[in-house]
Design a protein. Structure first.
Length: 272
């Protein structure tokens, strides 16, 4: 299913993969943006290509069409901060990660425009994601949600030093069964030449925190991947196929570990 807001491909397993920041379209807002913003440097670049193995896993995939500069689909629509007290970007960002203005003078969106963008882009994406979670739960009794992200390995605005390669987040354990999270972390930890952390600087954004609910049989994990592992981190942000193939292998392994795991209720049904 392809719309102006998202691309949705339904699979045949309990796994759903969300890519809320992989979109590149700027729509009619481009003419109001600065030259720096038009580079869309803060995109989660090339994720559909990096995750090209998802069809083989039977995953359902929903990916944004528009840039996070238009609207951030992984933010609370109320504007509430995910990390109170820390420097974060808004629902409709006005500065890049490098703290450069996204809009020309006087062109930043006002409150009414932010609400209109939420109706146009944010709500359709989340309505589709919620529908897929319910569909998968109805079929399997539970859903596994993987929120896929990537970011430059050095972003002083958000963290000091060099980011670990695999940044797994479960909202400090609230969004995912602890055993499942540890299984996924173990796969990441066995990956040679890569570093990993669970609930470090990135604990999971709005999608992980809102939809991940083990009590309701939805187990959500976010991966914030350091972009240095698979691409050039400066313009034109080129994909590096050999590096990408190497890092995709442990990512696939993490997802295979998720699919091999079964919640207690599913195990009981299988053994009945």
């Amino acid at each position: 299913m392809l719309s102006d807001v998202f691309q949705l491909v339904r699979g045949h397993s309990p796994l759903i993969v969300s890519m809320p920041h992989s979109g590149e379209a700027l729509g009619p807002y481009a003419e109001r943006m600065t030259a720096e913003a038009l580079e869309i440097a803060d995109t989660d670049w090339h994720l559909p290509k990096l995750y090209s193995f998802l069809a083989a896993l039977g995953a359902t995939v929903i990916a944004a069409q528009h840039s996070r500069y238009v609207i951030d689909l992984n933010r609370d629509p109320s504007g509430k901060s995910l990390y109170p007290g820390q420097n974060v970007t808004e629902l409709c960002p006005t500065t890049t990660f490098a703290e450069q203005p996204i809009y020309q003078d006087g062109e930043a969106p006002h409150a009414a425009e932010v609400r209109a963008r939420a109706e146009t882009y944010w709500h359709p994406y989340h309505n589709a994601l919620k529908a897929e979670i319910e569909r998968v739960k109805a079929e399997f009794g539970y859903a596994l949600l993987w929120d896929a992200h990537s970011i430059r390995s050095h972003v002083p605005r958000f963290f000091e030093g060099r980011l670990p390669d695999f940044n797994l987040g479960t909202n400090d354990g609230a969004s995912c069964d602890e055993v499942l999270a540890r299984l996924v972390l173990a796969v990441a930890g066995r990956a040679q030449d890569y570093t990993s952390v669970l609930n470090g600087r990135f604990k999971g954004g709005y999608i992980t925190r809102v939809y991940g609910n083990p009590a309701e049989h939805v187990h959500a994990i976010q991966l914030e991947l350091a972009q240095v592992t698979y691409m050039e981190e400066s313009f034109p942000f080129s994909y590096k196929p050999d590096s990408a193939a190497k890092v995709a292998a442990p990512i696939r392994g993490m997802m295979e570990a998720m699919l091999a795991w079964k919640p207690a209720e599913a195990r009981l049904r299988a053994n009945a």
